[in-house]
Every structure is written in C-alpha cells, then in structure tokens.
Design a protein around this ligand. Structure first.
Ligand SMILES: [Zn+2]
Length: 284
C-alpha cells in the first residue's frame, strides 16, 4: 500500500511538472511525419493503407484549408488514428480535437476510408485553435463545416451520410423538427450535443448557404474578426442581421427540399442511415 501511494504521489508530481505536454504516446505509438501533418497510431489500429491515406488527405486538406483561410500554421497537425469507433464496453469514440490540439479519428466501418469523413472539419478547428479563448462555438462549428464541404465534397460522414445538404437540412424543417438557428446560436452548449442530429445539419446548411449566397470570402472575412461570431459580425459582413439571414436561409432551404422529386423516399432512406444513432430532440 505504502509503495503504491508513493508511486501515485510521484506520478502526481510528474504530472504537475509537465502539465502542458501531451501524454506522449510517442513511445508506444507508431508515427509518420509529413510536411504539415504527423500521423500516429497504436499498433493494430491502422492498416498501412489507412496511414498512407491519412498522410495524403492530411497534406491535401492542409493546402486547401490554408488557401481558403488565407493563412498557414506555425506547427504541424497531429492526427491520431484511434481504431474502431465502437469500444468493447459499448461506448463510441467520436472525431474531435483534444486539449493539446491533436485530431482524434475513429474508424466507423470496415474500410479505412471511414476514418476520414470528419478530417477536414477537425483540421479547420486546429487552424483556429489559438483563438480558442474567443471561440463562439456556433460560428466555429459552422465555419468548420462550410470549409470542409468546399475541400471535401464527398459528404460521406455525419451528418450527411452521402445525401445532399438541402435534403438533410430541409427534411428537419419540413417535418417540423427544426431548432431555430437563433436558439442554436444562443444556447449552443445546451443544444449542440443533445440535439446533435439537427444542430449539425441545420447550422452547417446555414453556413454553406451563407457562403453560396454572400460569398465564401465574406464568411472567411468574418472568421478573421477577433471575436468572430458576434451578432454585429453578421450585419457587418453579410449586410443583413442574423434573423433576416436565418429567415432567408430557411425559406430557400425549404424551397430546395420541396423541389426534390418524391422527397419522402430519400428522406426515409436518410433517416435509416447512421443518423438514426444520433440524438434528436423535440418536435415529436
Ligand atoms: Zn466541430
């Protein structure tokens, strides 16, 4: 007992001594370094093809995102390939950026491609990580997805699962299960994960529309504001206030959805996609 508490005390002191270093998995993890990305994976978590694809896509997306945002990064982006999303205990890993700015990716299907559906989106978050103290998360999530849709138009993963943006967002509105954008913006913390299926689709569609209707460069210009995402930023960069923009987006998205031939069929198909595992709230 004495020994183990001494060991715990020693470990605690070591943690105190290096609080800002990532839990350097480098000793256990395998690693490949590229010009702008570093890929790490635990033994057995990634095939050689997956590692190769991570390197290639990472560099390709890095160039595209940096071109779109108009700046680079003073460090390389670490991409961790974490293995299957489903863990033995039944919980699921989800793609995200950890506190050290590393991108954690999970494999959602049998092929290695399923690792990368969120890579471009997460990379945008890393490009902006130094702004974290000023993050307006509604804006950051919207920006990340708009840029991701431009640099990777496959829409393979959440929340699209291969379906068009207008169908995915429009069906929530048409079926009376939308959450108003103003509410998603003001109550991001409360609603984003509990209403994940709707929140990501509606917000992403709104920023995609903003880019198409008012120019991607206007969205990027807003992103360069120190506290990007304030209500006045919308007025300044898009010439209309947030509520007007939200209303225009809603109308056009609903029109686009209604213009889809037999929209009920692809809607049902979409609702049978893995979106069915994501949290939906309200509107029953
Ligand atoms: Zn995100």
């Amino acid at each position: 007992m004495k020994d183990s508490s001494r060991r715990q005390a020693a470990a605690f002191l070591i943690l105190l001594a290096v609080p800002f270093l990532p839990p350097t998995a480098a000793a256990e993890n395998l690693r490949r370094e590229g010009e702008h990305v570093i890929v790490e994976w635990g033994d057995g978590n990634a095939s050689p093809e997956a590692v190769e694809a991570a390197m290639e896509l990472g560099e390709t997306y890095f160039a595209a995102i940096s071109g779109m945002l108009g700046h680079g990064l003073d460090r390389r982006i670490v991409i961790l390939l974490q293995g299957a999303a489903e863990r033995p205990d039944g919980s699921r890993g989800y793609p995200r950026v950890d506190v050290w700015g590393r991108i954690l990716l999970y494999r959602f299907g049998p092929t290695h491609h399923s690792y990368f559906s969120a890579l471009a989106h997460e990379m945008v978050h890393v490009f902006r990580i130094d702004r974290r103290p000023h993050f307006d998360m509604f804006f950051e999530e919207g920006l990340a997805e708009m840029v991701a849709l431009r640099v990777d138009d496959s829409r393979e993963g959440f929340p699209w699962y291969g379906f068009p943006v207008d169908l995915v967002a429009g069906q929530w509105i048409a079926r009376g299960k939308e959450i108003p954008l103003a509410e998603l913006r003001e109550r991001h913390e409360d609603l984003n994960l509990p209403c994940k299926a709707q929140a990501y689709a509606l917000r992403s569609s709104f920023f995609d529309w903003l880019g198409r209707a008012r120019g991607d460069e206007a969205v990027v210009a807003m992103a360069s504001e120190k506290r990007a995402g304030r209500l006045e930023d919308y007025e300044k960069h898009f010439g209309a206030d947030f509520d007007e923009l939200a209303a225009a987006w809603r109308e056009e998205t609903l029109d686009a959805y209604r213009a889809i031939q037999n929209a009920d069929d692809p809607t049902e198909e979409y609702l049978r996609s893995p979106i069915r595992y994501m949290d939906v709230c309200g509107g029953d």
